[in-house]
Design a protein around this ligand. Structure first.
Ligand code: 13P
Ligand code: SF4
Length: 343
């Protein structure tokens, strides 16, 4: 790759390395550094921004990203960025959301195969059938879905605002039941937070469904006094055993505010590495469930995307208009102060 010069880059990027040195070994940094330099140079030249999800590996999250966050924060950033090009360091539904909110911009995804088991669990035809079966019941759709599914929905939600969105749409439509798709566990966890009745779908996150209540008890037994934070895509039995549940950014915010001495984040592997960089005084116990889709995004892939301006994410304009209404409705609801389960 022409723009990657191995010899000097590792040295020139030392100040960036100082930040991540306790989560990236020196030897590994020698491989990353030339890519970090080349990416930071090309994105300035092309007026591009990199939006990186909290599950990106530390060399992406801390060394080349312009904005980091959970799904909601990335969507907000995509809506307001002044850059010509957005590189989505995340999965495909996130890139589609960016395109829906900024249709005039070029949105690139380094690997279009970066999918999501939740997004794959439901089609627009499924949503049309649900609406036929439950006429008048609004459809609340998790952002972890395709643009075409969002287009069939009344409103979107993320893990940081799901209960607030459910209550808002129920109030507005004067109903006490909503359909919430496609995450069965998120729907069950949210239904414990609201009096609104929730009809759910059988989708699951392949990363979070693997955690069990027995895992949480085992972490506590092996690490007395440990603080357990869990993502609301986990089964309800896991959330019941946790000290705090919230979106990826809500978990980071919690650690920042409370600085527990020892923490386990019951979510994707890279989260703990990224947060450990910010809070070196906190000890992280790291069970590892990897999202194979998120891990398709790499530094070489990001550089290639910027050099070739591929792979461009497109959304049919007819779908964009309807999906955008659902996403914008969600953005108008905002993020509530309370989380799913706060200690
Ligand atoms: P967040 O919105 O909490 O970052 O979650 C996105 C996701 O894909 C979690 O698995
Ligand atoms: Fe989808 Fe789960 Fe991966 Fe998030 S962690 S992108 S919900 S498969």
């Amino acid at each position: 790759m022409a723009s990657v010069q191995m010899a000097s880059a590792a040295g020139a990027e030392r100040p960036i390395y100082a930040k991540v040195s306790h989560v990236i070994p020196e030897l590994e940094w020698g491989v990353h550094a030339p890519y970090v330099r080349a990416i930071n140079e090309i994105k300035r030249r092309k007026n591009a921004v990199i939006l990186a999800h909290n599950y990106m590996t530390p060399e992406i999250f801390h060394c080349v990203a312009d904005f980091v966050g959970d799904s909601l924060q990335l969507a907000r950033e995509a809506a307001k960025t002044q850059a010509n090009t957005i590189v989505q360091a995340g999965v495909h539904f996130m890139a589609e959301t960016a395109k829906i909110l900024s249709p005039q911009k070029t949105v690139l995804i380094p690997d279009p195969r970066a999918g999501c088991s939740l997004a794959a669990s439901i089609t627009p035809a499924d949503v049309r059938l649900l609406k036929e079966r439950f006429p008048g019941i609004p459809v609340v759709t998790y952002v972890n879905t395709s643009a075409a599914v969002k287009a069939e929905s009344d409103v979107c939600c993320t893990s940081s605002n799901a209960a607030a969105v459910v209550e808002d749409i129920a109030r507005e439509r004067g109903v006490n039941t909503v359909i919430m798709i496609p995450d069965e566990y998120l729907a069950q966890n949210v239904s414990r937070q609201t009096a609104v009745k929730i009809l759910s779908w059988k989708g699951r996150c392949e990363v979070h469904e693997r955690f069990s209540a027995a895992d949480i008890r085992a972490y506590r037994e092996a690490n007395p006094g440990i603080f357990v934070l869990a993502h609301p895509e986990c089964p309800p039995e896991v959330i019941a055993e946790a000290d705090f549940a919230g979106s990826t950014s809500a978990m980071i915010g919690y650690v920042g505010r409370h600085r527990p001495a020892r923490v386990v984040m019951v979510t994707e592997c890279s989260m703990s590495d990224n947060v450990a960089v910010e809070f070196p005084d906190v000890e992280f116990v790291r069970p590892c469930n990897l999202c194979p889709h998120m891990k398709r995004i790499t530094l070489p892939g990001i550089l290639h995307a910027l050099e070739t301006m591929t792979v461009e994410v497109t959304v049919d304009p007819a779908i964009t208009a309807r999906a955008r209404a659902s996403v914008e409705r969600m953005l108008a609801v905002g993020v509530p102060k309370r989380s799913l389960l706060a200690a």
